[in-house]
Design a protein around this ligand. Structure first.
Ligand SMILES: [Zn+2]
Length: 136
């Protein structure tokens, strides 16, 4: 879904009016699974499209959320992330780096996940294991 024509069709099929700004933002956020902040997308787009404002990026991202193209995830306490993986899934956040990974945890394992992680990774210092936060 990298070609602009494909993206335009994709947006239209979901009831969205197509604009150049929406197309550009969609190119950055819908092509691959990723987690990002509105600010990150604003900076990426600003290089090529300096006239696209922060407010526009924010509004378009939220429009994509309303139309089910993105999800929001509060996996870091400091910032709201957008997620291009709209399937049900869980997240592991490495607290030290803020890196976030998609994972699928069986329901019964969610509670015991930190313990499991520790047992499966005995080389990790206990402190490091504790710094991995599971967001479900
Ligand atoms: Zn995710």
């Amino acid at each position: 879904m990298q070609k602009p024509a494909d993206i335009a069709e994709f947006l239209k099929a979901r009831g969205l009016r197509v604009s150049l700004q929406k197309l550009e933002i969609a190119k950055h956020v819908l092509g691959e699974h990723r987690h990002f902040t509105a600010e990150e997308i604003f900076k990426e787009i600003n290089t090529d499209f300096p006239r696209v404002s922060r407010a526009t990026v924010f509004n378009v991202l939220n429009l994509f959320v309303e139309h089910g193209l993105l999800k929001t995830v509060q996996a870091r306490s400091d910032v709201l992330l957008y997620d291009s993986n709209t399937e049900d899934h869980d997240h592991v956040v490495v607290a030290a780096t803020g890196k976030i990974f998609d994972v699928q945890l069986p329901e019964k394992e969610k509670q015991a996940f930190l313990k499991t992680l520790w047992i499966k990774n005995p080389h990790l210092p206990k402190k490091a294991a504790a710094q991995v936060v599971v967001h479900v």
